[in-house]
Design a protein around this ligand. Structure first.
Ligand SMILES: [Zn+2]
Length: 274
């Protein structure tokens, strides 16, 4: 479907698992020709795995790569590995957390995966969850972002798995890569990579400022802060929003800018006091 920088094909396949967090469904990417790579096999849905096989045709698969352990990205890997007799390229933690056999190609930050259209570089990308990696494809100036960047809206960063400080560091790391195009794990391809990453960083910084302002204004619990920061929010999204508030609070506590007394969060640093 989409050509990427003229150096190789990227064929996206959308799994039939739509939802509030998965948008229209998880995107699996078949990248390159022969041998190609599969990035995020997606959920363990027979029809989806069939569609991947049809897309591959007779091409060899250099590796089945996974960005992180969540079932909507990785669960299909077990069955696909058997069907294709292809090696799994995953961080050892991702494979273990996903209940997969240990990977034939254990991924480490800075590691590379070769295929017919160049190579992918493994980029350490915790924040959404601790085991997350992204894949940078220098020849195409492209990034496979998993759940770090979404095609629409923002990524879920909430405790216990989510870590806002780690997430911000990850965004800064991604901003340092030469990238024009982002292929997210959910939602459409992003054509202006640098602008999107800057937008994500600005969004989280402004949310953090809103949380600090709510604390200074006397809101002391995640629910009270959520009510000030996210006005008129659909009640079904309150829990998700409070998770995000908690992630910001944990970052502020770790930086010494906020203290937790009992179940109340209070400004700690001089600049944070009202
Ligand atoms: Zn995820």
């Amino acid at each position: 479907m989409a050509e990427s920088g003229g150096v190789g094909r990227v064929r996206p396949l959308v799994a039939a698992n739509p939802g509030p967090l998965t948008l229209d469904g998880t995107r699996t990417y078949v990248v390159g020709g022969d041998p190609c790579l599969i990035i995020d096999p997606g959920p363990d849905l027979g029809d989806h795995l069939d569609a991947i096989e049809v897309t591959l045709g007779s091409a060899r698969v250099a590796a089945i790569c996974i960005t992180h352990h969540h079932a909507d990205h990785a669960a299909g890997a077990a069955e696909l590995r058997l069907r294709l007799a292809a090696p799994l390229a995953a961080a050892p933690d991702s494979a273990a957390l996903a209940g997969l056999e240990p990977p034939e190609i254990p991924l480490r930050p800075g590691g590379r995966i070769d295929f017919d259209a160049g190579h992918l570089v493994v980029v350490f990308a915790p924040g959404h969850c601790p085991d997350h990696v992204c894949f940078h494809w220098p020849e195409a100036r492209a990034l496979f972002a998993g759940d770090v960047i979404m095609g629409e809206g923002t990524s879920m960063v909430a405790p216990p798995e989510g870590d806002m400080a780690a997430y911000m560091t990850t965004l800064e790391r991604l901003a340092g890569l030469e990238t024009e195009v982002i292929y997210p794990g959910h939602g459409p391809m992003i054509q202006s990579a640098a602008e999107k990453i800057e937008e994500y960083i600005a969004h989280r910084r402004s949310r953090e400022q809103q949380v600090v302002a709510a604390l200074a204004g006397g809101a002391a619990t995640p629910a009270a802060i959520r009510a000030r920061v996210y006005e008129d929010l659909d009640p079904r999204l309150h829990r998700a929003a409070e998770g995000s508030v908690l992630a910001h609070l944990a970052k502020l506590v770790s930086e010494g800018r906020v203290k937790l007394e009992g179940d109340r969060y209070l400004p700690a640093g001089p600049e944070e006091r009202p």
